[in-house]
Design a protein around this ligand. Structure first.
Ligand code: Z2T
Length: 814
């Protein structure tokens, strides 16, 4: 590709059009007349990237000086979403782009839409990582994101004729991808297997095989910050080393097998969220990106030095572990320091523990990664030795603190046949944080209680946040304009606390009406989006009620669909007067892990409820249900601004934080929710009177578990619930087939681990309150506006400020 000399900034629309023309000519080899929207997308993206290049190199040079400690965010997932629009916004090139593209004869929207969304994450955890790299750059903090450039991202979801989820591969790199720049000269060797031998009194790892880790660099421009950070995603390639023995026996296919295996490492994102996978390839992925990244960081700060002084390494950089997926980095840094740089154990340990911090994202015990020691031993024998030694040292340390033997045993990092990664991370780093106040408290009280007792000062909270650039400014341009009008400035985009300035406007009926008009316009726009993308017809004069997130039992999509069924049945049989019913359109968006049986069955049920309800003339105009396929960032950006009522209905004590809840509140939806995760803080901030609370709290859940939970009791005691479940069991949503949902029904009635049935009545009861308010649009919108005004805290900029202050102890580049 012919590189074009650095463009001048600021640039005019005419100049930017010329830059796109040059890219079309020299890079794509097409004329403007021949160019398609996809061509212009690639050309414009490269032109934007060129604009960022000088700042990127300058940011790297200033970062490399090491005067300000750098943050490295280690994450197996970065769910970035489409790049072009965001890069234009942050680079201040949106207007130039719009005019330039129009001058070339294209619609700006068509160009932006031509981008294929990179889906390198499952859900909240991956999107959080993307919000955090955006905020780090916007705040001017020197930072790297480190992860994996998977060939296949999160699967694409469709539904078959029975409403079942069908997964298809997400081959996102099928066309030219202009953002990631592969850097063959900054590769790293990552080794696996083999054995550890004793040589001159040293333990020496003799690996059996290696893969080449090649970085693909994504520029992360800060919003008007003058900083462009780097997201470095590794791709696995084979070394050009054939097994000559096999080759000589002319078993060519056998000889290339290791090459094929090597490249498998970065081939696919595991589609499980909040459940552990336990597969060898997954551990290979984790070690692959973490080992490459640690070596990369050393090379970055000590270029060309054979014997760098790494005693100050942790002053130059710290590594944030995004859940347990990158925790193998702790023994890996120990190994690097001891085996590769000859440091003694204690020196290595003090550098390592200073460098690492760990964020936990779950409370579900089944989601805490535990690796079989045999697997680690096979794949990373030297690391297993180091882990054992860390574990022994830990036990001794606890003993020294006077902890009793039984507790020490409970806290074992290495149990003899397994390695508990959350424990390793807690002991091997400086700080541990949960992702919402309630979650951090529960970590201390339950999940990691012994650890918090032994090391209280390690534990802290950082409540999650979301980037206002993508999730307000880009996703909701109408609301953005109104906020800017209301505040008289657009500074809120990088200082979201300024939204508080909208508070007095909640008393200004004219402003509230404008706010309502924005929501209506967003609903109208979404009707068009849904028609284009899904071919469905939606009545924009119904309440838009949304539940979108991963499909999980604990999130309780079941509760929502049972309430929908109950509503449907009530209208049909006259227990609910049709004239009293507030017309609603219920949207679901959710991917289920491919192997998660009950979650997939729930999807099928929702689709079939939608089929029945949407085709029943008796409820026409009163109730519609749509399961929108393939929930992703693009859908979120379109659906959230159009939503009026958001569902955050997980069982209390199960959702670590939630981040969708923040996006909805910031976009002027009201929330119906439980006291779970960040809902608690959202409600505190927006005011109890502006939040629809229902259901049991954590203590009530705990005592119900303790006294013995019997879901059948709830089924018997609320006729609405009984009727809803009976309809499912009786075949109403399976063309008479009573077996179709039998496993789901059996689970509800006999197990119901997340107490959906126990919370049903409370949930059904609060609907009247919701609907009453909705019939007073001015009151509803006043509350929605207050949600916006009071949610500035949930900016990822604030979250990053918290990390800087409480965990990383660093700040912006000088
Ligand atoms: C994930 O998205 C989350 C937690 C996980 O625990 C794994 C994945 Cl892939 C191992 C989510 C939480 O469920 C959600 O509550 C939270 O808001 C989000 O991480 C970001 O912290």
């Amino acid at each position: 590709m012919t590189e074009i000399t650095a463009p001048k900034s600021p640039v005019t629309a005419e100049q930017f059009a010329d830059e796109i023309r040059e890219q079309l000519k020299y890079s794509q080899g097409v004329t403007v007349e021949q160019a398609t929207a996809a061509d212009v997308y690639v050309a414009a993206s490269k032109a934007v990237r060129n604009h960022l290049q000088d700042v990127w190199m300058d940011t790297q040079a200033r970062t490399a000086k090491g005067e300000t400690k750098t943050v490295a965010y280690f994450s197996a997932e970065f769910l970035m979403g489409k790049q072009l629009e965001n890069a234009l916004l942050n680079a201040g090139l949106t207007d130039q782009f719009d005019k330039a593209v129009e001058a070339l004869g294209f619609e700006p929207k068509d160009i932006v839409d031509a981008e294929y969304e990179p889906g390198l994450g499952n859900g909240g955890l991956g999107r959080l990582a993307a919000c955090y790299v955006d905020s780090l750059a916007s705040l001017g903090v020197p930072a790297f994101g480190y992860g994996i450039q998977y060939r296949y991202g999160i699967f694409k979801q469709t539904f078959d004729e029975n409403g079942k989820q069908v997964e298809t591969p997400d081959y996102w790199l099928k066309n030219e991808e202009p953002w990631g720049h592969i850097d063959y000269n900054r590769d790293q060797k990552v080794s696996f297997g083999g054995e550890v031998v004793e040589e001159n009194g040293k333990r020496v790892w003799k690996p059996a095989w290696s893969v080449r880790a090649i970085p693909v660099d994504y520029l992360v421009p800060g919003y008007k910050s003058g900083n462009v950070n780097t997201l470095r995603l590794w791709t696995a390639r084979a070394y050009d080393e054939f097994d000559l023995l096999a080759f000589n026996r002319s078993e060519y296919m056998e000889a290339v097998k290791p090459q094929v295996a090597a490249e498998n490492i970065s081939k696919i994102l595991y589609p499980e969220d909040s459940t552990k996978v336990g597969k060898e390839l997954r551990l290979e992925q984790q070690y692959f990106f973490v080992s490459a990244s640690l070596h990369d960081a050393i090379r970055f700060f000590y270029p060309g030095e054979d014997k760098p002084d790494l005693t100050t390494f942790a002053d130059k950089i710290c590594f944030q572990l995004n859940d347990t997926h990158p925790v193998i980095g702790i023994p890996e840094l120990m190994r690097i320091l001891i085996d590769e740089y000859d440091y003694d154990w204690d020196t290595a340990w003090s550098i390592t523990t200073k460098a690492f911090n760990y964020t936990c994202h779950t409370l579900l015990p089944e989601a805490l990664e535990v690796w079989p020691a045999s697997l680690i031993g096979e794949l990373l024998p030297r690391h297993l030795e180091i882990i054992e030694k860390i574990s022994d040292q830990f036990k001794a340390e606890l003993k020294g603190k006077g902890v009793d033997d039984a507790t020490i045993n409970d806290m074992a990092i290495y149990t003899g046949d397994a390695v508990r990664m959350a424990y390793l991370a807690t002991y091997g780093g400086s700080y541990v944080n949960g992702v919402a106040a309630l979650h951090s408290q529960l970590l201390k009280d339950m999940t990691l209680k012994n650890f918090s007792d032994a090391y209280p000062s390690k534990f802290t909270n950082v409540t999650n946040g979301v980037t206002p650039r993508r999730f307000i400014k880009l996703a909701n341009p109408r609301l953005s304009d109104l906020i800017t009008e209301g505040l008289g400035t657009d500074k809120w985009i990088s200082d979201l606390d300024l939204l508080e300035g909208l508070e007095p406007l909640a008393n200004d009926d004219e402003f509230v009406k404008k706010f309502a008009a924005v929501k209506q316009a967003n609903k109208h726009a979404f009707v068009g989006f849904a028609k284009d993308h899904y071919g469905i017809d939606i009545d924009e004069n119904t309440m838009f009620n949304t539940m979108c997130k991963r499909l999980h039992e604990y999130k309780r999509q079941s509760l929502k669909i049972l309430a929908v069924i109950s509503r449907y049945a009530g209208i049909k049989n006259g227990t609910i007067n049709a004239d009293d019913v507030l017309p609603r359109t219920v949207f679901f968006g959710a991917k289920a892990a491919p192997g998660y049986y009950l979650a997939k069955m729930t999807i099928q049920l929702i689709n079939n409820v939608a089929r029945v309800v949407n085709n029943d003339p008796d409820v026409k105009g009163k109730l519609a249900v749509h399961f929108l396929p393939n929930y992703n960032i693009e859908m979120a950006q379109n659906l959230i601004p159009a939503t009026e009522l958001d569902e955050q209905i997980s069982q209390a004590g199960k959702e670590a934080s939630g981040t969708g809840n923040m996006k909805f509140a910031l976009n002027g939806a009201l929330t119906v929710g439980t006291l779970d995760g960040a809902n608690v803080e959202i409600r505190e901030r927006v005011g109890a009177e502006n939040f629809f609370l229902f259901g049991m709290n954590v203590d009530e859940v705990e005592s119900l578990y303790a006294t013995g939970y019997d879901p059948a009791k709830y089924y018997e005691s609320d006729p609405r619930l009984k009727q809803a479940i009976d309809l499912v069991a009786g075949g109403t949503f399976s063309e008479g087939d009573r077996n179709a949902y039998a496993p789901l029904v059996a689970d509800w009635l006999t197990k119901d681990w997340f107490m959906t049935l126990a919370d049903f009545s409370s949930y059904a009861n609060i609907q009247a309150q919701i609907e009453e308010l909705y019939t007073h649009p001015l009151d509803w919108n006043r509350k929605a506006l207050l949600n916006v005004a009071r949610s500035g805290f949930f900016s990822s900029d604030r979250a990053i400020e918290d990390y800087l202050k409480d965990i990383w102890h660093t700040g912006p580049l000088a």
